[in-house]
Design a protein around this ligand. Structure first.
Ligand code: FNR
Length: 336
């Protein structure tokens, strides 16, 4: 079958996967209002394209925390990729490195940092949950460092997401692991992390100016505006709605990234126009993995790349730095 856009993989994954696995990947929290809003909000932003600009050469390359990548589209951490495909994180790692971009490995991956590193060279980040037992955390971070991972993406959330897994296997193991997450995690722990690692720390899950300022103050190397795929607190805004506030608060001191509902090249452009330095994709990776393994993930990255390049050309932008706030208009602009 000819796949023409990233969204089509979801329907294929739905057919192929056991219902519980599909539901785990696809679902959002509670009423799933934020889940829908993550997508819908992009449609409230329109383009102001510029014409008669020579767009023969389009440069999509960028640098993230000092690492050069082929495009500002990266892979978000998603748990349990082997449930989607037997090659799981191996396939994702190979696809990311073939596309010249960054993969973030989940703390709840079904492959270890060493296994992912064994797939060959690639720029990889490690997503970290902080457990009550800090020795475990320190060990995990050290292993990620040794395996050549380049940054830590720190996620502070409830184990709700993992708890859902027990509905599937009934073992209680997932809830147990989720229960080990430290609810007392706070900003001072970002400082603590800096004492145990020299890797840059990205704080994932920022949605407000207040937290953006705290991230800067606590030495974060970057911010990921994220509502964790709308799987945590329902009725938080779409990430694309929160982005501009966070970007303003960060005052250019550290880069701001975004994930949540990014499915089209136009979405990537809109995020960059609102000040993001790059985006991450979550579900498109697990759905394409389920459908076609490594080939599927490669296709997703390729399709997003082509769509983004076309969006740049049709907007009259030759490099990422030419993408500006003036290239879009958001429906909330009118009130201002
Ligand atoms: C996630 N996400 C996530 N985040 C994280 O920090 N650690 C994790 O282990 C996981 N696991 C996970 C599993 C699944 C199935 C999904 C869909 C998501 C959140 C993820 O990193 C990212 O924030 C969102 O997936 C981005 O939104 P989209 O692209 O899925 O809309």
């Amino acid at each position: 079958m000819e796949i023409t856009n990233v969204n089509e993989y979801e329907a294929i994954a739905k057919q192929k996967l056991p219902k519980m696995a599909y539901d785990y990947y696809a679902s959002g929290a509670e009423d799933q209002w934020t889940l829908a809003e993550n997508r819908n909000a992009f449609s409230r932003i329109l383009f102001r394209p510029r014409i008669l600009i020579d767009v023969t050469n389009i440069d999509m390359t960028t640098t993230v925390l000092g690492f050069k990548i082929s495009m500002p589209i990266m892979i978000a951490p998603t748990a349990f990729q082997k449930m989607a495909h037997p090659e799981g994180e191996y396939a994702t790692a190979r696809a990311a490195s073939a596309a010249g971009t960054i993969m973030t490995l989940s703390s709840w991956a079904t492959s270890s940092v060493e296994e992912v590193a064994s797939t060959g060279p690639g720029i990889r980040f490690f997503q970290l949950y902080v457990y009550k037992d800090r020795n475990v955390v320190a060990q995990l971070v050290r292993r990620a460092e040794r395996a050549g991972f380049k940054a830590i993406a720190l996620t502070n959330f409830e184990g709700l997401d993992l708890g859902k897994m027990d509905q599937a296997n009934d073992s209680g193991l997932a809830s147990y692991v989720a229960g080990q997450i430290d609810r007392s995690l706070s900003w001072k722990d970002v400082k603590w992390l800096q004492t145990i690692t020299s890797l840059p720390i990205l704080v994932k899950g920022v949605l407000t100016a207040e937290d953006a300022r705290l991230a800067v103050q606590h030495g974060a190397a970057g911010i990921i505006v994220s509502n964790h795929g709308a799987r945590q607190l329902d009725y938080v805004p779409a990430t694309i709605m929160a982005l501009e506030e966070v970007v303003k608060a960060a005052q250019g001191r550290i880069p701001v990234f975004l994930d949540g509902g990014v499915r089209r090249g136009t979405d990537v452009f809109k995020a960059l126009a609102l000040g993001a330095s790059g985006v991450f994709i979550g579900r498109p990776v697990v759905f394409s993995l389920a459908a076609e393994g490594e080939t599927g993930v490669k296709k997703v990255l390729q399709m997003m790349r082509e769509e983004f390049e076309l969006t740049m050309a049709l907007s009259g932008c030759r490099s990422l730095k030419e993408i500006s706030r003036n290239h879009i208009v958001a429906d909330w602009d009118a009130s201002g």
